[in-house]
Design a protein around this ligand. Structure first.
Ligand code: S3P
Length: 166
C-alpha cells in the first residue's frame, strides 16, 4: 500500500497537468476531484455554481474528498478551494502527502484566462485572483511541501515533487 500524493493550490497552479504526468510516471492512478464531481452530478462545474451555488459545490467536493481519502496509491488533484474546509485537509493528510503548488497572480491569470472558472468571471480577474489568494493564504500554507510552478516546465515540477516524496 502506498500513500496518495495530493496536489493542492490555487486555480492555474498546474495541479491537473502535473498530476496526470506524475501519475503516469509513477504508475499510479490519477484522480481529479472536479472531474469526479462532474461525473457524479452530470453537470459542469460552471453549471453547478450557476444552478446550485457555491455552497452546494463545496458540499459535493467534501463528499468526494472524503471518498478519495479512503483510497490509496492515487495522485489526487484537488479543486483550488478544497482548503476552505479544514476537514478536507485533515482527511487528505491522513493517507496522503499533501503538496501545495503555487504561482504568481500574473501567471495564474495567463493560465486560466481562456477557461470558464466561475469564480473568475468578473471584470477584473487579476484583482479577484489577488483577493482570493490573500483570503486563502493561511489555509494553503498549512501544506508542509510547496513547489512554485511560475517559471517551471511540467517535468521540472515533477522532478521537484519526486525529490519531496522519496
Ligand atoms: C475553485 C477551483 C476550481 C473548481 C471551482 C472552484 C476554487 O478548480 O474547483 O471552480 O474555488 O478555487 P481548479 O483549481 O482545478 O481550477
Amino acid at each position: 500500500m502506498s500513500k496518495n500524493i495530493v496536489l493542492i493550490g490555487f486555480m492555474g497552479t498546474g495541479k491537473s497537468t502535473v498530476g496526470k504526468e506524475l501519475a503516469d510516471k509513477l504508475g499510479m492512478k490519477f484522480v481529479d476531484s472536479d472531474e469526479v464531481i462532474k461525473e457524479d452530478s452530470d453537470k459542469t462545474i460552471e453549471e453547478i455554481f450557476a444552478e446550485d451555488g457555491e455552497d452546494y459545490f463545496r458540499n459535493l467536493e467534501t463528499k468526494v474528498i472524503s471518498d478519495l481519502s479512503q483510497r490509496d496509491n492515487l495522485v489526487i488533484s484537488t479543486g483550488g478551494g478544497v482548503v476552505l474546509k479544514e476537514n478536507n485537509i485533515k482527511l487528505l493528510n491522513q493517507n496522503g502527502i499533501v503538496i501545495l503548488l503555487t504561482a504568481t497572480p500574473e501567471v495564474i491569470l495567463m493560465r486560466v484566462k481562456n477557461t470558464d472558472r466561475p469564480l473568475l468571471q468578473v471584470e477584473k480577474p487579476l484583482e479577484k485572483i489577488k483577493e482570493l489568494l490573500a483570503e486563502r493564504e493561511e489555509f494553503y500554507n498549512i501544506a508542509k511541501y510547496q513547489v512554485d510552478t511560475s517559471s517551471l516546465e511540467v517535468d521540472e515540477v515533477i522532478k521537484k515533487i519526486e525529490e519531496i516524496i522519496i
